[in-house]
Design a protein around this ligand. Structure first.
Ligand code: GTP
Length: 525
């Protein structure tokens, strides 16, 4: 349900990746886009205003963490703020005193109250509870019948209220029965109306007074957007609800209700309905929802993995050596080691947004094997060889091939790869180039992310024999925003683990037929 919002937020973040530091200037545009994205997702305007202001204040006051660029930093702040507006910690059902505990389900007609009562009974029944369902809608006999049917489907006992006409009488007898048969959670499905009306509220207040429920859960249909928020507020003002169940989250609602309800009612979203089936019901976790909304929750796991598993000082040291053109095979091996510490490449790639599709195309297992092979080759070298690859002659290579169970050919391929990487890094370290190149790649949607977090994987898509002057000229001509087609013509490809240490980048093949056709077209014009 959050696809549109996710897309728009991701676009907002992309625009600031690659710039040096978070500043008022470079996040202004992103904040504007975040505001529009949230409003378009039907989030309450007051909530949006507060949210954007808080994100701004937080982002500007945050030190950029090692290994994160400003775009990623902003993602982190927005993620934290989203968790906050969604309710912070995962809310719990609160039971106090002695059983039987009581949960009152309230809400408008058709919001999903009866279905959710059954779903909740099923969920609690799977835990340590023994729920008891009580149909209390005396105005529509069909509603009572519906709960009786649902109870049968979830295999939970239900109080037969068909012959009783007064709601208060129903709950009085139902509570007695619950005690008699040893049920410890009574779920009361109250009547719904198409609109909020005073008679209904009075009835609910009376029931509340008698039952003294542990929880009053307001059931709202997510598809109704801000109307769900408005009615939640009205029910809360009358009944002091304890939480919200948002149903139909599987539909194509824009998500505004989920994002506004906590701030507007000050009551947490406790459960979500995700389908018509009776098992399509979950406890609500603000952090998981925030990740889902950002469509990059997995990036946060990746950042966490990087922060946890990669030795930041070592990564920094390796990067400095790369930039000074002092990167040795020993450093290369250490950098491969850092990458493999983070987990297998396949699952790592699944954490990078947009890599999902590529994951299927790239044989991550083969890439991991290739990395292991490289490490085996390097570890069969003497320290002298690792620190000075220039001394690797034929006889040394034969010895290393034997020691690592590889071939001289494979050693040459690896050395080629290593030297291309060194050359590329030294090129990027020349004054003025790093910034522009980084900018160019991030704008083109390329390897900026890999570049900042994975030492040794940086910018692997640049051919080693590229004409630097020509590249510089092209970057300037396009004001740093070189279109992907132009990059492709230069033989620059997106960075991915598939183009990282595993496979050396190659120059594109010339298509002489195409070139001829192009010249011909030119002459005709
Ligand atoms: N797709 C989807 N449908 C749901 C969900 N929850 C409930 N529904 C459907 O919404 C419709 C209304 O649900 P009910 O449980 O009858 O709603 P109610 O609030 O009890 O309505 P009244 O009994 O008339 O007050 C039914 O067709 C349910 O199957 C959900 O999470 N996803």
């Amino acid at each position: 349900m959050f696809e549109n919002l996710s897309d728009k937020l991701q676009r907002a973040f992309k625009n600031i990746t690659g710039k040096g530091k978070i500043s008022e200037d470079n996040i202004q545009e992103a904040l504007k886009e975040i505001r529009v994205a949230l409003l378009e997702a039907d989030v309450n305007f007051k909530v949006v205003k507060k949210f954007v202001n808080e994100v701004k204040a937080e982002a500007l006051g945050t030190e950029v963490t090692d290994g994160l660029n400003p775009g990623q930093q902003l993602v982190k702040v927005v993620h934290e703020k989203l968790i906050e507006i969604l309710g912070g910690r995962s809310p719990e059902i609160k039971f106090k005193g002695k059983p039987p505990y009581v949960i009152m389900m309230v809400g408008l007609q058709g919001s999903g109250k009866t279905t959710s009562s059954g779903k909740l009974a099923r969920l609690l029944g799977e835990e340590e509870f023994n729920p008891y369902l009580v149909p209390c809608d005396v105005y529509r006999p069909a509603a009572k019948e519906q709960l009786i049917t649902v109870a049968g489907q979830v295999e939970m006992p239900v109080f037969d209220s068909r012959e009783i006409e007064k709601p208060l009488e129903i709950v009085r007898r139902a509570m007695k029965e619950a005690r008699n048969i040893g049920r410890d959670v009574v779920i009361v499905d109250t009547a719904g109306r198409l609109h909020i009306d005073m008679a209904l509220m009075d009835e609910l207040k009376e029931l509340k007074e008698y039952l003294e429920p542990d929880e009053i859960l307001f059931v709202a249909d997510a598809m109704t957007g801000q109307d769900a928020v408005t009615s939640a507020k009205a029910f809360h003002d009358a009944l002091d609800i304890t939480g919200v169940i948002l149903t139909k989250m599987d539909g194509d609602a824009r998500g505004g209700a989920a994002l506004s309800i906590k701030k507007v009612t000050e009551r947490p979203l406790k459960f979500i309905g995700t389908g018509e089936k009776l098992d399509a019901f979950e406890r609500f976790h603000p952090d998981r929802m925030a990740s889902r909304i950002l469509g990059m929750g997995d990036v946060l796991s990746l950042i966490e993995t990087v922060q946890k598993k990669v030795d930041q000082d070592e990564a920094q040291r390796l990067q400095e050596k790369m930039l000074k053109n002092q990167f040795t095979l020993d450093d290369f091996s250490k950098s491969l080691n850092q990458i493999s510490k983070m987990g297998d490449l396949g699952s790592l790639m699944g954490l990078i947004p947009g890599m999902g599709k590529m994951k299927q195309q790239i044989d991550a297992q083969a890439e991991s094997k290739q990395m292991k092979k490289m490490q085996a080759i390097i570890s069969s070298m003497t320290m002298e060889e690792r620190n000075n690859h220039a001394i690797l002659n034929q006889s040394r290579k034969s010895r290393i091939a034997k020691g690592s169970g590889t071939s001289v050919n494979e050693i040459n391929t690896m050395l080629n790869q290593f030297m291309q990487m060194r050359k590329m890094m030294s090129m990027m370290s020349k004054p003025g180039k790093l910034g522009k190149l980084t900018q160019m790649f991030s704008r083109a949607g390329f390897g900026d992310f890999a570049q900042s977090v994975i030492p040794g994987m940086a910018g692997g898509g640049i051919p080693a024999d590229i004409d630097e002057e020509k590249l510089k000229q092209i970057i300037e001509e396009h004001d740093g925003k070189v279109p992907p087609e132009v990059l492709k013509e230069l033989g620059i490809r997106p960075v991915s683990p598939g183009h990282g240490p595993g496979r050396p980048p190659s120059r594109p093949k010339r298509d002489r037929k195409k070139e001829k056709a192009k010249r011909k077209r030119g002459r005709k014009r």
